[in-house]
Write a protein that binds this ligand. Structure first.
Ligand SMILES: Nc1ncnc2c1ncn2[C@@H]1O[C@H](COP(=O)(O)OP(=O)(O)OP(=O)(O)O)[C@@H](O)[C@H]1O
Ligand SMILES: [Mg+2]
Length: 285
C-alpha cells in the first residue's frame, strides 16, 4: 500500500469575530511511508491546525491533503491522533481506554469476531510494552502524567494506524520521563514502522526523534525551512547523541530560524513603557 501523505498548497482561514483570519497559507510537503517528520515553530504559527486538518478533524480552506492517492474527507482509523492533554475517558480503566475505539468499531457490521480477538491480544501486548500491566484496571486520575500519555499512545497504536499524528505528546512531562518516552517511541517505531507527524516546542526532541524537521513560521503560517536529520538510525540513537557536535549544530541552526521568525521578540520600546508604568505605580503607593 502506498500510504504516502501529500499536502498541496494547503490554506486555512478561520472566521473570527474580528473578521477572517488566515492561519495557514500555501503549505506543501509530502511524507514517505515510515518517515518521522517533526514540526516546530513559534507559538500560534498553525502547527496544531495543520495536524487537525490532516487528521480530518478540521476542514481546509484551500489546497488538498491526499493519502494513498485519495483526498482526506474526515477522520479515518488509518490516521490516529495523540493530543497533548492525553484525552483519556476518566470513567474507563486503562485497558478500557485502550480498547475504547475498538469497541466502537466492533459495533460496525464489517467487523469479525476474529478481528476482535486479535485486537484484545494486541491491547494486552501494548499494555506490556508501555509498562502499564500493573495499572491495567486503574482509572486515569490515579496515574502519573507519563503513564496517562503512554495509555494515549497505546490507544492510538491499537488499530495499527498507518499515520500517527502527535501534537506535543510529551509537552507536560518532566525531562527524565521525556527521555524514557523518546527511547520507547524510537524502539516502538523500529518494531512497527509507522509514518509519524509530530508537533513539538522542543527542538532537541525534534532533532533526536525525526528524520526531517519542518520549521513553520507565522503570519500566516507557512513553511520556513526543512531540515534533513541524518545523524544515526533510530535504534543507534542514544542520549549521548544529544551532546555530539553535529546534533548541537543542527539544533542551534533550527532554533535560530524559530527565533528569527517568531513575533514574540521583545520590543524594547514597549518594555520601557511597561517598566515606566510599573515604576510610577510603585512610586505612588
Ligand atoms: N477555531 C479557531 N478559530 C479561530 N482562530 C483559530 C482557531 N483555531 C486556531 N486559531 C488561530 O490559528 C492560529 C494557529 O493556531 P494553532 O493552535 O494551530 O497554533 P500552534 O502553532 O499549534 O500554537 P501553539 O504552539 O501555541 O500550540 C492562532 O492564531 C489561533 O488563534
Ligand atoms: Mg498547538
Amino acid at each position: 500500500m502506498n500510504d504516502r501523505l501529500v499536502v498541496r498548497a494547503l490554506g486555512k482561514q478561520f472566521t473570527t469575530a474580528a473578521g477572517p483570519f488566515d492561519a495557514l497559507s500555501d503549505i506543501s510537503f509530502s511524507v514517505a511511508p515510515g518517515e518521522f517528520v517533526a514540526f516546530v515553530g513559534a507559538s500560534g504559527c498553525g502547527k496544531s491546525t495543520l495536524l487537525r486538518i490532516i487528521a480530518g478533524l478540521e476542514p481546509l480552506s484551500r489546497g488538498e491533503v491526499v493519502v494513498d492517492d485519495r483526498p482526506i474527507l474526515g477522520p479515518d482509523r488509518n490516521r490516529a491522533m495523540v493530543f497533548q492533554d492525553y484525552s483519556l475517558y476518566p470513567w474507563l480503566t486503562v485497558i478500557e481506554n485502550i480498547r475504547f475505539s475498538r469497541r466502537l468499531a466492533a459495533n460496525r457490521r464489517d467487523t469479525h469476531v476474529a478481528d476482535a480477538r486479535i485486537a484484545a491480544e494486541r491491547s494486552v501486548l501494548l499494555l506490556e510494552l508501555m509498562g502499564l500491566t500493573r495499572v491495567r484496571d486503574a482509572y486515569p486520575h490515579t496515574l502519573s502524567g507519563g503513564m496517562r500519555q503512554r495509555v494515549a499512545i497505546a490507544r492510538a497504536l491499537l488499530a495499527k494506524p498507518h499515520i500517527l499524528l502527535m501534537d506535543e505528546p510529551f509537552g507536560a512531562l518532566d525531562a527524565q520521563t521525556r527521555e524514557v518516552m523518546h527511547d520507547l517511541i524510537l524502539h516502538l517505531l523500529a518494531l512497527e514502522k509507522r509514518t509519524i507527524l509530530f508537533v513539538t516546542h522542543d527542538v532537541e526532541e525534534a532533532v533526536y526523534l525525526a528524520d526531517r524537521v519542518i520549521v513553520l513560521a507565522p503570519g500566516p503560517g507557512h513553511i520556513d525551512s526543512v531540515w534533513r536529520i541524518d545523524l544515526a538510525p533510530a535504534l543507534e540513537r542514544t542520549q549521548e547523541l544529544k551532546r555530539s557536535p553535529g546534533f548541537l549544530a543542527l539544533e542551534s541552526q533550527i532554533l535560530a530560524r524559530i527565533r528569527a521568525t517568531s513575533r514574540l521578540q521583545s520590543d524594547l520600546a514597549v518594555l520601557h513603557r511597561l517598566t515606566g508604568h510599573v515604576d510610577r505605580g510603585a512610586a505612588s503607593s
